[in-house]
Design a protein around this ligand. Sequence first.
Ligand code: ASP
Length: 349
Amino acid sequence: MQKSKRSNIPFNFQHSLINIRYSVLLLLCSFITACYSQNASVAPVSHSAKWVLVIHGGAGGKSSMTPEQQKQYEAKMREALKTGSEILEHQGSALDAVEAAIKVMEDSPLFNAGKGSVFTSEGKNEMDASIMDGKSLKAGAVASVTTIKNPISAARAVMEKSKHVLLVGTGAEIFAQTQGLKIVDPSYFYTKERWDDLQKAREQQKSTKGDTVKKHGTVGAVALDMYGNLAAGTSTGGMTNKMKGRVGDSPIIGAGTYANNNTCAVSCTGHGEYFIRNVVAYDISALMEYKGISLEEATSFEIREKLRNQGASGGLIAVDKNGNIAMPFNSEMMFRGFINSDGKTEISH
Ligand code: ASP
């Protein structure tokens, strides 16, 4: 019976039925293979493929820089953005991008961080740096260090290789050395320009004009990587003519640096004492988390209202968990720049 039934079906139709069965089988196989390879893959289970890197080269006064110097600053910032963005583009972490971008600026004598740091009233370079991971809320920092070539890497080592958050002075330097970080003679950080700034500041102090040397150059970076993780880092020589042992906001988690995957990543620059008193970086995250306000509103309020009303000069860079960025400042200028996965990039001051 069956045989005769089958033979009644035209040959062409039988052929297409077989083809359909084959295609369904093939589709099923490829679906199973795709599911399996996704689970077995080392690639992230879910990511937006969206990344952002924002950097700053410090807030300060306009008058203090020639157009030629401005160009040099911008070129170095472009290099820092390129270095960090290559990491993010190749699925690297926000932490790696932040550290790498900051290292480029620390190694340049132009910025007040690493080589080129400003001098204390005693004529020494004492540097501060911090880094924070928005995913784990882990953080690391060093303060008043004088021989670590890249303080930002020492901060990261404190975060990842010690059980502490902040190490200072010789303790931080010994730790950095045990971690294999580069240690240099303090003279490595010297630049004539910063030395002259100190002499000017000393003169101004004597003539009771007060300290009017408004140099910029603290560096910072914030990033969102394609896994949705945020990170922030800041590195500085502090403020010209500062007292020996003075520590600013840059290595203070919550003041100069903060990152939380639920909200944003922030790096500040400006008159550190005010940023510490106002716990600026954390305040922005808290405003977003507890008040539900946007990054734009929170950062603008902090810099353009709160700090300005107190007579505090400075600015910050920030990125939120959705990749929105903010770069407000109330000083005459702030070197800043960003690059994102849409191919947009910009440097301004
Ligand atoms: N915030 C830094 C400090 O007070 C200085 C700066 O950003 O210019 O140490």
